[in-house]
Write a protein that binds this ligand. Sequence first.
Ligand SMILES: CC(C)(COP(=O)(O)OP(=O)(O)OC[C@H]1O[C@@H](n2cnc3c(N)ncnc32)[C@H](O)[C@@H]1OP(=O)(O)O)[C@@H](O)C(=O)NCCC(=O)NCCS
Length: 181
Amino acid sequence: MTGLGPVAWPPAPIQTDRLVLRESEARDRAAFIDLFASPEVGTYLGGPRPRDELERAVPGTPGRRPGLFVVERAGAMIGTVTLDRREAERAAGAAEIGYMFLPSSWGQGFATEACTAALAWFTETLPGEPVTLCTQTANTRSLQLATKLGFTEVERFEEYGAEQWLGVRAAADGMTTCSRV
Ligand SMILES: CC(C)(COP(=O)(O)OP(=O)(O)OC[C@H]1O[C@@H](n2cnc3c(N)ncnc32)[C@H](O)[C@@H]1OP(=O)(O)O)[C@@H](O)C(=O)NCCC(=O)NCCS
């Protein structure tokens, strides 16, 4: 995936009831490594990466780029929400949301809260644009989250040896098809 394009970045930190969404900082490095090394997080994302390899390869301030929000809870990073442009053949160039949270934070509605805030920022920044989301159908937590966020199925297809689900969330102007994505 590639960056969102010409958007003003970073926005001011976004405060929700329980979370802050903000640009990445050097103090988030350990949590980034925990995310990439986690077998639970990697289950449907190609698997975890070895921790020693990550310690060598991860830059001092990981993930500092337009569209990547660090999600902070009580002063510590618990995950990321990204908004990028799809490079894949299907819906190429469309905005796409992605999310990864540390397993210790699952099951408390934090991903829903953070993604809702990130989508609101996106709609305010690029009004009228739909957002896509791609996830494995076996990733039930992710599919449930997608449904809660208002994504509806565009198609299912096989890729990387697994069934994938491509969904779209209509823009606020009521656009509901994928033809503009
Ligand atoms: C996908 C992922 C972000 C979902 O996390 P999650 O914590 O299940 O998501 P939500 O924020 O929607 O939380 C929902 C759960 O919180 C519960 N919850 C508790 N308090 C809540 C509250 N105040 N508000 C909403 N839900 C709440 C819900 O009942 C639900 O519980 P359940 O899991 O028992 O059904 C997480 O599993 C993850 O990071 N996976 C690895 C990365 C990945 O696969 N990403 C997909 C790539 S596209």
